[in-house]
Design a protein around this ligand. Sequence first.
Ligand SMILES: C[S@@+](CC[C@H](N)C(=O)[O-])C[C@H]1O[C@@H](n2cnc3c(N)ncnc32)[C@H](O)[C@@H]1O
Length: 369
Amino acid sequence: MNVYFLAGFGGILGAAISLRADLRRRNLVLSRTSGWNLATVLDVLCVAAVIGAAAALLLSSDHDAVAGELLSPSTWAIVACVASSLFLWSEGRHQIQLQRPAGIVAGEALFLFGFYQIVSVFTGKELAMWAGMTRVEALGAGAVAPIVAGGIVLALVLPRFVTGHEEHRILDRIAAQGEFEQQEYVAPTPECPFPNRWKMVDAQSAELEVLEFLRTLVKTVKPEVILETGTFIGHSAINMAEALRSNGFGRIVTIEYDPAVYAKAQENIKASGLGEWIDSRNGSSLDAKIDGQIDILFSDSDVNIREQEVRKFLPLVRPRGLVLIHDASSDFKVVRDAAWRLEEEGLLSVVMLSTPRGLVVAQKREGRS
Ligand SMILES: C[S@@+](CC[C@H](N)C(=O)[O-])C[C@H]1O[C@@H](n2cnc3c(N)ncnc32)[C@H](O)[C@@H]1O
């Protein structure tokens, strides 16, 4: 078979497979406009183009090392293309999981291409298509133009990302695209080396498995009063309220600081039909007043105030009640250290569940029998 045909076919196939997988993980479909904008189009096209180019180069027969040279121009192009494909694919994943702005992958791809071209020109490893040009022409067309274009794209999309709150970016994403299941976002930790075995809907709401655990726990211990700090958009509160409804009694008080987030939580709680089980409040957990005793305290607000929250509400927790503290993995050191400190002081007996973000399940020592 003609090598150019094979390379061309492989390139198109590689780009098409990459495009399909990328759209899937981004919850985008070609027949629906929601979630699309020009920057998103550029992101998915850049990744598909680089992966297609890697496939085409791999299938062309022209990449044997030239005698006496470590890398021929086409072998170097393959190495650069494959490495860039891996990098851009993982950047796409981070973009989805961490609500990084649309356009960031395209900007990075343009930068990478420019740097590839600079290295190629200065090491004499340009592909044939650039080799006929003078060094200035090859650098101008192949390096400066993409680096400037990449810089402009990044300058346009990054400032809003750097200054905004993650909670609000998630709200924007949900408004544009709705919610969808994704792989857990955190990096491996010594206690949880395979976080990608867990699922999430966003990086603020607890892992789906933790939400299921909360629901089951509420069914198991049948609390009368649950206090949750940090409602976000209501996933954990709604899951626990579902269990309260199944128990037939109890209530959950959930507190959210951010008004825009609180409004979205209200909307979700209303849509869930579980409003009568949920006392949803807008304010800071540190100012909250709770009547009576608490059977389950679920501390899931700002990581820096979790210890304060536990100390504040611990006297209200029943002797056989439970204290749950989310985000206690070794990655969120401030929470984990706080949990160990509370144990060392004799206030809590702590079990650390090795979930991706870490979950403390504890009981207070005082009054246990
Ligand atoms: C990790 S999210 C909560 C996720 C939620 N529990 C779930 O799993 O669905 C943390 C939330 O706590 C809120 N928050 C931060 N500081 C707070 C405070 N002092 N009081 C109440 N909420 C707070 C943030 O606005 C954010 O929405």
